[in-house]
Design a binder for this molecule. Structure first.
Ligand code: PEP
Length: 257
């Protein structure tokens, strides 16, 4: 049976000392109450990555490490950027690509998302592709075609890497707002996304949900929303809430592909 996936996106929070502390706590929690149906990953800021991978190696914890972003270039004169090879060398196994905060605040357009996905896959890491509509698009009922367009733009021609791509559906209006999408809305989008993925040749990609997921709503979203796991922002910064989401997912997830 394939597993669900829960990723904690720490965003620009936690210096390396705080990151080490949270990592140790999460590792201890999952050691005392292991999960069989869920892969777990954390996505710390770049400067914390080495410390976090070291702690996880020392603890022999089966928690993967993701980066929140990466350059689409291999190396060279790109001040401030970080390459896929650098991340791989640090023990990072996947990269979040096209998070809505990067798309809206840092001008990451569809073309850059697509070239970044290619750089990640070509470099041997897994890509966690974020898609999702804003409120205006949702209210205009254009969300299905908008998200399908984002998938087509990012994933056309890379179907050979199908097993290395995860999609995170994150409606922008639900991120960090406390306004979670309903299970019905999520379930409908899971169907749209899986249909579009299949038409692009992606049959084994997991599809996650992100947007104000917390300990109280996670179980229902897995059961009723048909998701393969979560990309968690705010609630991933506390061991208790992140652990509760992971355990809810473990309790409720049943393979559905
Ligand atoms: C996110 O930023 O990916 C996210 C889902 O954030 P939050 O859980 O805080 O809504």
């Amino acid at each position: 049976m394939s597993k669900a996936l829960v990723i904690g996106n720490w965003k620009m929070n936690l210096d390396y000392v705080e990151a080490v502390h949270l990592t140790q706590q999460i590792a201890a929690l999952l050691a005392s109450r292991p999960v069989e149906r869920v892969d777990v990953a954390v996505a710390p800021p770049f400067v914390d990555l080495r410390s976090v991978t070291s702690v996880l190696e020392a603890e022999r914890a089966s928690i993967a490490v993701a980066a929140q972003h990466v350059s689409d270039r291999d190396n060279g004169a790109f001040t401030g950027e970080v390459s896929v090879a650098m991340l791989k060398r640090l023990g990072v196994s996947s990269v979040i690509v096209g998070h809505s905060e990067r798309r809206t605040m840092y001008h990451m357009d569809d073309a850059l998302v697509a070239s970044t996905v290619r750089a990640v896959l070509r470099g041997g890491l897994d890509a966690v592709l974020c898609v999702g509509e804003d409120l205006v698009t949702r209210e205009a009922e254009d969300h299905e075609s908008f998200v399908s367009g984002q998938l087509t733009s990012a994933l056309t021609g890379v179907e050979e890497f199908s097993e290395h791509v995860t999609v995170a559906y994150e409606p922008i209006w639900a991120i960090g707002t406390g306004m979670t999408a309903t299970s019905t809305q999520i379930d409908a989008m899971m169907t749209t996304i899986r249909t579009q993925l299949a038409s692009l040749g992606f049959v084994s990609s997991r599809v996650l949900y992100g947007g104000s997921v917390n300990a109280d709503n996670a179980g229902e979203i897995v059961t009723e929303g048909g998701v393969d796991g979560f990309l968690v922002g705010g609630a991933s910064l506390k061991t208790e809430s992140f652990g509760a989401i992971v355990h809810a997912c473990n309790d409720c997830y049943a393979e559905r592909r």
